[in-house]
Ligand binder design. Sequence first.
Ligand code: KIV
Length: 268
Amino acid sequence: MPSAKKRHVTVPDFLAAVETNHRISMVTAYDFLWAGIMDEAGVDSILVGDTLGMVIQGHSTTLPVTLDEMIYHGKIVCRAVRRALVIIDMPFMSYQESALQAVRNAGRIIKETGAGAVKLEGGHIQRSTIEAICRAEIPVMAHVGMRPQAVRRLGAMGRIQRDEQALLDDARAAEDAGAFGLVLELVPGDIARKITDALSIPTIGIGAGPGCSGQVLVGPDMLGLTPDFNPRFLKKFAELRDVAVDGVRDYIKEVELGTFPGAEHTHS
Ligand code: KIV
């Protein structure tokens, strides 16, 4: 990976990371403020995930998120980022209809946001779609294992895949179709390691253990901003919600007591 602040991380850097055993760090961000913080910290990649439907918009699934909303969030993230590779999720029903629809919408994402790549859910079943997007010279990351966009057909737990052969087939199909990387969501750790060893593209795990080439977490979850979400795979690297609530409470108290603003905060 290029050293901090030198230049943008690219898709070839992702592929080279497998050779050099560099473990890729990825987090989600959805706006200028948080993308700037993540980039300043030196993360390799920022994913504008369709989890924004839940984390930012308050929906119970990712399904309602629209392409225009992804493009809006993608644009404001890209405006903040100096180094990380920005990858943008293709939302539900923006690529499932046909390869032509997928190419058009992936093209809109890249042209209108300035992001480096798109991500979509599926391996084997999206093979021809991944091929078509790659033929348009747009880098695609695939996402297998638990696929949140399949919630209506498979149910919440049914989306978790444990079948080793099916997972390996999905992973190989994505690589053969031209994907430059693969998210493994809630894949058992031993299978995730086998998939990682079998592929020449990097795997990015979430709840898939240390055997992946890199890791991704949802930014607000890892910073302790979503207190009701506590799955086993999540490590909270800060408790920012508590800090923020305490800060706002102190402000309210000082306004009520009349100790803020003081003379030093007053325009003269
Ligand atoms: O949408 C998202 O944030 C994701 C990550 C959980 C990998 O797909």
